[in-house]
Design a protein. Structure first.
Ligand SMILES: *[C@@H]1O[C@H](CO)[C@@H](O)[C@H](O)[C@H]1NC(C)=O
Ligand SMILES: *[C@@H]1O[C@H](CO)[C@@H](O)[C@H](O)[C@H]1NC(C)=O
Length: 126
């Protein structure tokens, strides 16, 4: 059993690809996933490119399998885990557009934009 969980642990960490991009924040409401969120929730939008290219994406953005997945993002030793609920048209490929509550876990909002946020999609995949 221990051996099996060790192997599973190695497999899932091998699947976890780490990305790096800028972090910004915005107000949240009805997003591309079709969920309605507010600014106090720990939610995020990924770039339109990342969203639209996600395996299993169809022309209906509400059905994108990335919706509801979580991302753990780290910036200068601080981390936050957020749920993917939207896409961000102004984002470069690996940028993340956080809710204010999520951004607050990483940096002061007065900074506006943070660089070199490293992140991974939890549960494997891109
Ligand atoms: C955020 O930055 C502003 C302006 O520099 C400062 O007044 C405020 O105290 C900071 N907030 C936190 C939580 O550090
Ligand atoms: C970006 O962050 C990673 C760790 O999160 C660090 O190893 C790397 O040196 C940073 N790169 C830059 C350009 O600051």
């Amino acid at each position: 059993m221990l051996f099996v969980s060790l192997i599973l642990g190695l497999v899932s960490s091998a699947l976890a690809v780490t990305h790096s991009g800028d972090g910004t924040f915005t107000t949240f409401g009805l997003g591309a996933c079709g969920f309605t969120n507010d600014n106090s929730q720990l939610v995020v939008g990924v770039s339109t490119a990342f969203y639209n290219d996600f395996p299993g994406a169809t022309p209906n953005p509400n059905n994108n399998p990335i919706c509801g997945r979580t991302i753990t993002a780290t910036f200068q030793g601080k981390s936050v885990t957020v749920e993917v609920v939207d896409k961000c048209t102004g984002c470069a490929m690996f940028d993340l557009n956080f809710s204010p509550a999520a951004f607050d876990k990483l940096a002061n909002e007065s900074v506006g934009r943070i660089h070199n946020v490293s992140w991974q999609l939890n549960g494997g995949g891109e």
